[in-house]
Design a protein around this ligand. Structure first.
Ligand code: NAD
Ligand code: WQD
Length: 345
């Protein structure tokens, strides 16, 4: 049995489907601080099975003890965390408390209950401003990270490395996601940010559906192919499948260090290319203007995903077209995300 923390969230909810398809049992712990239980209900519909969902917090040690004592948990996939970069600059203590202290608490209780397999949602942000492209896992991390969110991911990675040094019976996978986008093909689950989206893809989707008037493109003078930022966008379903591979890897291999892998496609697309692709997928023109650079942004980052292919036998299969089409299906069929569905009841 796998404990999935943050399983009601964007990436977590998609991963539940892939875990179920691969035959894994799981339970979900989420405090719903950035998600809706409706996402779980939707996943239940897709997999045609009831999900054990616990509304609670990873920082609640007593609750964790109860969960570990009442369930035969052998591994944890840890998505739970706060992720808004700008907000983390405003509220650093909340981010460190939730992400770093929360993860520490979870690891303490895992140790208490002798649960040693751990898959962690890290981020390409730990590379800071990389010196060369594409990024490989052995490149330097921790230098030049511009916000507390990113630093919290780096700190957790360091905690996990130290934990392994102290107890090498832990089996740890650190997955460094690049830019997850898109939605499940059913169109009934997807990304549902609260308030005005920070990230590019949900912003474009909301402009396309008429919720926001126009996109601001942050910077048109980067040293990139067309002057706009370049990122390695990865379809959330591909990303979800990588978690199954990571769990299988931990189940089948002895590790002499934490496994660290990039999860990206290896291809960079610019902001303008994303706009163009989304326009094609949706048939809607996206009004935009080029404005100043966003503080803390880097020009370009994309993964070398070879390690994931070699060790996990995983590679991203879905391209930019599927990313935009699925994001559009979700957004156009659920313009208010999960909120509308809840209010209709
Ligand atoms: P999300 O906000 O949709 O999901 C995170 C979930 O964790 C939410 O459902 C939230 O309610 C829950 N949560 C937060 N704090 C909690 C706590 N203390 N106790 C219990 N539940 C808690 O985000 P997501 O995009 O699905 O991201 C999942 C993970 O992947 C996060 O750790 C995020 O930092 C990481 N990540 C995301 C991206 C991205 O671009 N989406 C990129 C790199 C890494
Ligand atoms: C992508 C590109 C922007 C919005 C962040 C976090 C990272 C990870 C993923 C998760 C950039 C441009 C964006 C807009 C724009 N986080 N952009 N107008 O910054 O690569 O990564 O999300 O948990 O840690 O840092 O993603 O989607 O915000 O931006 O022009 O309204 O789109 O400047 O070039 P980013 P993003």
């Amino acid at each position: 049995m796998i404990l999935v923390t943050g399983g009601a969230g964007y990436i977590g909810s998609h991963t539940l489907i892939e875990l179920n398809d691969a035959g894994f049992d799981f339970i979900v712990l989420d405090n719903l601080s950035n998600s809706s239980q409706e996402a779980i209900k939707r996943v239940e519909k897709i997999i045609n099975k009831k999900i054990t969902f616990i509304k609670g917090d990873i920082r609640d040690k007593e609750l964790l003890r109860k969960i570990f004592s009442e369930n035969e948990i052998d591994s944890v996939i840890h998505f739970a965390g706060l992720k808004a970069v700008g907000e983390s600059v405003e509220k650093p203590l909340i981010y460190y408390e939730n992400n770093v202290c929360g993860t520490n608490t979870l690891l303490e209780v895992m140790k208490e209950f002798n649960v040693k397999k751990f898959v962690f949602s890290s981020s390409a942000t730990v590379y800071g401003e990389p010196e060369k492209m594409p990024v490989t896992e052995d490149m330097q991390t921790g230098i030049g990270i511009t916000n507390p969110y990113g630093k919290s991911k780096y700190m957790i990675e360091e905690i996990l490395k130290d934990l392994f040094i102290s107890d090498n019976s832990f089996k740890i996978a650190i997955l460094r996601y690049f830019n997850p986008v898109g939605a499940h093909e059913s169109g009934i689950i997807g990304e549902d940010p609260s308030g005005i989206p920070n990230n590019l893809m949900p912003f474009i989707s909301q402009v396309a559906v008429g919720k926001l008037p126009k996109l601001r493109v942050f910077g048109g003078d980067y040293p990139t192919k067309d002057g706009t930022g370049v990122r390695d966008f990865i379809h959330v379903v591909d990303l979800a499948k990588a978690h199954v591979k990571a769990i299988e890897y931990l189940n089948n291999n002895d590790l002499n260090e934490p496994l660290i892998v990039n999860l990206g496609t290896g291809r960079g697309y610019s902001v303008l290319e994303m706009i163009e692709s989304f326009e094609k997928a949706s048939g809607v023109k996206i009004p935009y203007e080029i404005v100043d650079r966003r503080p803390g942004d880097i020009a370009e980052i994309y993964a070398n995903p070879n390690k994931a292919k070699k060790l996990l036998g995983w590679e991203a299969k879905r391209g930019i077209k599927e990313m935009c089409e699925s994001a559009w299906k979700w957004q156009s069929e659920h313009p208010k995300g999960y909120e509308k569905i809840e209010n209709e009841k």
